[in-house]
Design a binder for this molecule. Structure first.
Ligand SMILES: Nc1nc2c(c(=O)[nH]1)N[C@H]1C(S)=C(S)[C@@H](COP(=O)(O)OP(=O)(O)OC[C@H]3O[C@@H](n4cnc5c(=O)[nH]c(N)nc54)[C@H](O)[C@@H]3O)O[C@H]1N2
Ligand SMILES: Nc1nc2c(c(=O)[nH]1)N[C@H]1C(S)=C(S)[C@@H](COP(=O)(O)OP(=O)(O)OC[C@H]3O[C@@H](n4cnc5c(=O)[nH]c(N)nc54)[C@H](O)[C@@H]3O)O[C@H]1N2
Ligand code: SF4
Ligand SMILES: [Mo]
Length: 699
């Protein structure tokens, strides 16, 4: 019988992006994936996705995809491998994990992962193996710590007004995020508000991004000075009678103290710190004060600084001074993480977690692998790594240490990957992984409110296996504690999790493709109170409360927490420019890459060109550097070689390098994270990727 392949199906974008788009997947007549587009019937995706994912067939059918397990056949990192069977690869993995355990204890094995896929089953099953064996735990610090902590410090909860309400707003303030590149759907809804209601779009960034080019008002400030801007805005709001005093009285902890504190945080004061003109600050403050229905869409970018938590908290506080929270289309939103409340016992085996096992900081991987005692928390060295869904030999800070660590001959490294990334090149064993269209998974939106099913759409080529398979097969071979999760398929996992979270069954989810979990208006806008016992927004957070479970002997806070400002303020703790390092570097994401993903596809590489650093003409003239020149850029952590492009609209004293390019795209093999620091940010850790002082010199 001649059965016609389907013309299309649905899925979900698995990438580490707040948009978590609902996809339509179109097939050619042979049943191969042809193109992807955004689902029109999903109210947040609304038919729009980014260009790099629309052309996913290029990545799915890429000739460089890994299809066979590989065993190192040469020196570490030399790039010589030979093909082996899955059984050989898994047996050897188990043997070496057991050897490390016998000699140095189970904590010498470190399963290391991140969010290359955001699918809950494929991303988080690695924890099941970790907990069932007592392997070292991981404190996730690449991304969310500062932003989430800063927001929760104010509201008590990581959730906010329905992101679709942006379309019902009179003014959208896009602060420290570049959604045209990083989460395109924010633009969809902001632009809808402009079309429908004449809403104004305001963008706050350190250079003129593609997002700012679409704004009605763009503010370019110096990196790490957002709290100063926020304070001056609130100063004007109080000064000019634009604060909602009734709201403040009812819903906030100490409005009087805040007002007094802000008395000398004037626009002139903030101008000196931010590099903005006093008039610009006055103007934006008036707009925010006069247009109550303002939606603050707060991003990650401005929190990737040593004072990033304080910056996020300060920006979020503005909505509590104006009382914007009360209106549809008003309030401050960052992420909806708190609304889902999923039972992940089968995926993660939290019941087997031993709290006495150390929790190693993901961003400190360089220090950890090179034997830094403090980073190892006094425990055994890491002798074996299992890496899934992340590419630390590109994306982790303090890259020189990361490379030295991965090059250790006594470290046994298994990397499960879709491509031979720079991390996979350093492995002893490389295992080929499926792509999202080739396995089942479930996804939750950070930037929206849907729980979504992403079914397998096509068969993988012979060879690649899903993460779930690798985890279960290793568990079988390393004498792990039993857990029912090891015997379940991805569909079983999803069904179990849904049923045990009160969200029906997989069949029910499948029938609707996704489930809208938006809380009711009063809850989302905190009209029944903020998520603290007294129901009040905190202008004065208890920073010490944000202790992380990273020490075997208990929780800890990071950095000089005692020095954190009590009330919103500019915190002078960023890596300061000085005579030797006169410029400050921001390493913002390029539109055609997604972290380290898509830098293997030709179309993305072509669009991005080559690694560059963008300099203001006045800064360049001072340094005797012209457009297109080859330069070295460096600091105490190392130096990189790249080309200069002159751009007018960057904050003074600031340079921007969009990425992430792999290290090997740079002339001497040193990528941008050679320069970034892994120092944990106060109070809850995290890496300050956009907070780096550098020198730039002609070569
Ligand atoms: N300089 C600088 N550095 C940064 C940042 C920055 O702004 N500037 N941003 C930081 C941030 S926010 C983040 S989140 C990190 C992220 O950096 P990474 O963790 O490296 O993130 P990705 O590139 O999204 O994904 C990593 C890998 O996951 C693989 N992968 C995808 N799906 C699967 C799967 O199903 N199975 C397996 N086994 N592998 C899969 C992909 O092939 C990819 O190579 O980078 C950080 N690094
Ligand atoms: N195309 C693309 N999309 C992505 C990614 C990618 O790498 N490429 N990464 C994904 C991931 S993992 C994440 S976490 C999200 C992050 O997405 P975003 O929330 O957008 O955060 P960032 O990408 O870190 O930075 C966004 C903007 O912050 C600006 N910025 C940096 N420092 C400051 C500052 O001190 N103040 C202000 N006001 N602005 C500042 C940068 O110039 C940049 O334009 O994007 C996801 N989407
Ligand atoms: S915008 Fe983000 S979630 Fe949507 S398709 Fe692109 S990478 Fe995926
Ligand atoms: Mo991220």
């Amino acid at each position: 019988m001649n059965q016609q392949p389907p013309k299309s199906t649905y899925s979900v974008c698995p990438h580490d992006c707040p948009s978590t788009c609902a996809l339509d997947v179109h097939f050619d007549p042979h049943g191969d994936v042809r193109r992807l587009n955004g689902a029109r019937d999903n109210a947040y995706t609304a038919g729009v996705i980014c260009a790099k994912v629309a052309r996913y067939a290029e990545r799915l059918y890429h000739p460089d995809r890994l299809t066979k397990p590989l065993l190192r056949d040469g020196k570490k990192g030399e790039g010589r491998f030979r093909e082996v069977s899955w059984d050989e690869a898994l047996d050897l993995t188990a043997e070496r994990f057991l050897k490390a355990e016998a000699e140095f204890g189970a904590q010498s094995v470190w399963p290391y992962h991140y969010a290359g896929t955001m699918g809950l089953v494929q991303r988080d099953s690695i924890h099941r193996l970790r907990h069932a064996k007592g392997y070292s735990r991981q404190f996730d610090t690449f991304c969310t710590n500062m932003a989430w902590t800063g927001y929760i410090a104010g509201t008590g909860r990581l959730a906010g007004p329905d992101p679709r309400e942006m379309a019902s707003s009179d003014q959208v303030v896009i602060w420290g995020t570049n959604p045209v590149a990083t989460q395109v759907n924010v633009m969809t809804h902001a632009v809808a508000a402009r079309k429908k209601r004449g809403a104004r779009i305001i963008v706050v960034d350190v250079y003129e991004t593609e997002t700012m080019k679409q704004a009605d008002l763009g503010l370019i400030l110096k990196p790490g000075t957002d709290a100063a801007l926020a304070c001056a805005i609130m100063h004007v709001l109080f000064r000019d009678g634009l604060a909602d005093r009734a709201y403040l009285e009812k819903y906030t902890d100490c409005p009087g103290e805040l007002e007094t504190h802000l008395k000398d945080r004037s626009p002139e004061w903030a101008s000196g710190i931010t590099g903005l003109k006093t008039a610009q600050i006055e103007e934006v403050a008036q707009l925010i004060g006069q247009v109550k229905r303002t939606y603050f869409r707060l991003g990650y970018g401005f929190t990737r600084s040593r004072n990033g938590v304080v910056g996020m908290h300060a920006a979020c506080s503005i909505a509590s001074v104006t009382g914007a929270w009360q209106l549809e289309g008003g309030g401050a939103f960052h992420n909806n993480g708190a609304i889902y409340q999923l039972n992940k016992e089968m995926i993660e085996a939290g019941s087997l977690k031993d709290p006495s096992v150390r929790v190693l900081d993901q961003s400190l991987i360089g220090r950890i692998l090179t034997g830094d005692k403090e980073a190892l928390q006094g425990g055994p060295p890491v002798k074996a790594l299992l890496v899934q869904n992340t590419n630390p030999v590109s994306v982790a800070p303090e890259q020189e240490l990361v490379k030295q660590g991965f090059a250790r001959e006594d470290l046994f490294t298994v990397v499960h990957e879709q491509f031979l990334t720079e991390t996979a090149q350093m492995a002893d064993i490389v295992l080929p992984a499926t792509q999202f269209l080739e396995h089942d998974d479930i996804y939750k939106g950070g930037g929206h409110q849907y729980l979504m099913f992403g079914p397998k759409a096509v068969d993988p080529p012979l060879g690649p296996k899903e993460n779930l398979f690798v985890i279960s097969e290793i568990a079988k071979r390393v004498d792990s504690k039993p857990h029912a999760g090891f015997d379940m398929s991805a569909r079983d996992h999803i069904d179990w999790m849904l049923q045990h979270s009160g969200y029906g069954t997989l069949d029910e989810l499948e029938a609707g493709k996704w489930r809208d979990l938006q809380p009711d208006f009063e809850t989302a806008h905190y009209l029944n109170g903020f998520a603290y016992a007294d129901g009040k927004f905190r202008f004065k957070p208890d920073w010490g409360r944000f202790a992380a479970p990273n020490k075997p002997d208990g929780n800890t806070v990071f950095g000089p927490v005692a020095e954190m400002p009590e009330l919103p303020d500019q915190w002078d703790i960023i890596e300061r420019a000085d005579e030797e390092h006169p410029l400050r570097l921001v390493t913002a994401p390029a539109r055609s890459f997604l972290n380290s993903t898509f830098n293997e596809t030709d179309s993305s590489r072509k669009k991005e060109g080559r690694p560059e650093v963008w300099l203001r003409p006045d800064d360049a003239a001072r340094l005797g550097i012209e457009d297109g020149a080859k330069v070295k850029m460096g600091n105490g952590r190392g130096a990189v070689t790249l080309h200069v492009r002159l751009k007018d609209s960057i904050a003074p004293g600031t340079v921007v390098s969009e990425g992430l390019w792999p290290n090997d795209a740079f002339e001497d093999g040193r990528g941008i994270n050679t320069l970034t620091s892994a120092d944990p940010v106060a109070p809850y850790g995290g890496a300050a990727f956009h907070d780096t002082a550098v020198w730039v010199k002609r070569v």
